[in-house]
Design a binder for this molecule. Structure first.
Ligand code: MG
Length: 425
């Protein structure tokens, strides 16, 4: 179903009208929050994007973004993928983008399957070209630290970035924000918890906000087994509620994903780490909550379907109707405190966030190495936090700058590889 912007343009234009009215002085008080989004950015005046570029198009978020693009009737003009040749070519066939990128090692196979009007630029250079394509919105969904370069390029080109690559905020958040502010780029969160916070904060003044609360499903091992040392990659990849890529699924099982999200929320919303709470909520229906100083709590609920946060990240503040069944409001919602003893990765993320500078970058690199080793059968599940802790101790935190990122990331990866060898032996 294609959704036209006919009826949906109202909310955005109302915000604009308020702006004009207040400038004319016909209203005494216009709350700033009707002009600015919860991140302090002007709401878009043009409605949902008409043209979209997707970084990481063949991954889980990328594929769901293309469904959302269909809902919006948006044109998909540029796609960056990795090594999934068949997946990329099927998307090209369906969406006819003008530009695509892929991993250099599969470029010949991709080129052979492309129609004449689609241009191919392989590798990181291609991802940057896709990131800076002439579009209204760029969905950034290349997972991991390697997704950062194209996020930076898109913001430096003044694009709106719907951000799924949480590592960009975790590893270089303050730099990413500076880039966005300097070039007039705009950011909206795709991560479901952050999209939930973003929605719960619309219309609220920051002075009233006490804490931000992220929910965690608790992963597949919330209730057992008591001994996590024998957990296999197959078990850890079986997430109870969300369908996601392999790295984030393992990170959900260790609660490290929630740790990344705590840091992401702190940097994205510019709120101290101590004011970010985590609550385990196995049903994954409440995505986030905001506690206010008056004791009130505002929650955002929705089915666990990533297409909804993607849609809001693209279309906010508008809410186009979509072809999904309404959320059933029967059943039970439960909430528990996280078990930090059983899942130390969450506590380690708070620790890295408190140290600041490059510490979150180091922790992220350590986890990417540890999860790869676990999936390859070279590291026990319950040894992942040991690798994180050892790496954090081995690589001293430095001040954050674009110049040091690659160097510190590489140092952290080699320290983490040594830690894997040490704890596995
Ligand atoms: Mg999330």
């Amino acid at each position: 179903m294609a959704v036209t912007d006919g009826g949906a343009a109202r909310v955005g234009s109302r915000a604009c009208d308020d702006a004009r009215m207040s400038r004319r002085g016909t209203r005494d008080r216009t709350p700033a929050s009707t002009l600015l989004d919860p991140l302090g950015q002007p709401w878009p005046e043009t409605g949902p994007p008409r043209r979209i570029a997707v970084l990481g198009s063949t991954g889980s978020i990328g594929r769901q973004t293309l469904e959302v693009a269909d809902w919006l009737g948006a044109e998909v003009t540029a796609l960056a993928a990795g090594r999934d040749v068949d997946g990329l070519l099927a998307q090209v066939e369906r969406f006819r983008p003008a530009l695509v990128s892929c991993a250099p090692e599969v470029a010949d196979r991709v080129r052979a399957g492309l129609p004449v009007h689609t241009r191919l630029v392989p590798g990181a250079e291609g991802a940057r070209e896709v990131a800076t394509a002439d579009v209204d919105s760029v969905v950034a969904a290349i997972p991991g630290f390697r997704g950062l370069g194209s996020v930076r390029a898109a913001l430096a080109a003044g694009r709106h970035v719907a951000l799924a690559t949480k590592e960009a905020m975790v590893c270089a958040g303050p730099l990413v924000w500076r880039e966005a502010r300097a070039a007039g780029g705009r950011l909206t969160p795709v991560d479901s918890e952050h999209a939930g916070l973003y929605q719960a904060l619309v219309g609220e003044a920051w002075e009233g906000v006490a804490t931000l609360v992220l929910t965690a499903s608790g992963g597949p091992f919330r209730e057992g087994p008591a001994d996590l040392s024998r957990v296999t990659p197959e078990q850890a990849l079986r997430h109870p509620t969300w369908q996601m890529g392999p790295k984030v699924t393992i990170d959900s099982a260790t609660l490290f994903n929630k740790g990344l999200e705590v840091i992401e929320a702190s940097v994205l919303f510019d709120v101290e780490l101590e004011r970010i709470e985590v609550v385990v909520h196995p049903e994954s229906i409440v995505h986030a909550l905001v506690r206010f100083h008056d004791g009130s709590v505002k929650a955002q609920l929705g089915p666990h379907d990533m297409r909804l946060p993607i849609l809001y990240a693209l279309a906010a503040p508008e809410r186009p109707s979509v072809p999904l069944a309404p959320l059933p409001l029967t059943g039970t919602l439960s909430f528990f405190a996280p078990d930090l003893g059983r899942f130390p990765c969450l506590a380690l993320a708070y620790e890295a966030g408190r140290r600041g500078g490059t510490a979150p970058l180091v922790l992220n690199a350590a986890d990417e190495v540890a999860v790869e080793a676990f999936v390859a059968g070279r590291l026990r599940f319950d040894a992942i936090p040991d690798v994180l802790e050892r790496t954090l101790a081995a690589v001293p935190a430095a001040d954050l700058s674009w110049d040091v990122l690659d160097e510190i990331d590489a140092a952290a990866r080699s320290a983490a590889a040594e830690a894997v060898t040490a704890v596995a032996s």
